[in-house]
Design a protein around this ligand. Sequence first.
Ligand SMILES: [Zn+2]
Length: 163
Amino acid sequence: MILPIPIQKLIDAFSRLPGIGPKTASRLTFYLLNAPEDLSEGLSVALHELKANTADCPICYNVTSLGRAECEICASPERDPGLVCVVEEPLDVLAMERTGGFQGRYHVLRGALSPIEGIGPEDLTIRELIERVKSGGIRELILATNPSMEGTPPLCISSSSSM
Ligand SMILES: [Zn+2]
């Protein structure tokens, strides 16, 4: 079946997302086609702003709103600056925050070492973490990376190099 180009384009775009196969992509596309205009417009604006209005926190590398000097967590006087949880991705910060039990701050590595995919220490924020520790004020690092082959090595490197 030959579909109109705008429909095929959206199906193809949805299909590139993780966990979405061609069937789900088609279902979402036809749902949006028949949904009220404000739903697709809201989605379109939110997608545009996602990239245009976000930035990396220069302290912890979590994602934050564009134009902020630091993220909401780094800026909060309620959060213990001496206690830092090291995670792989901003999504891990979200997961930790949902538990509501952690009152420290974070350091987001922005990935994990993967020689197979060509991701080395220089591709992650390990140097920035070392600098952060060297600059003082951190008394405890909690390593909360994934318990995978990729998740563990950065921590070994960061703790055995110059800390
Ligand atoms: Zn931050």
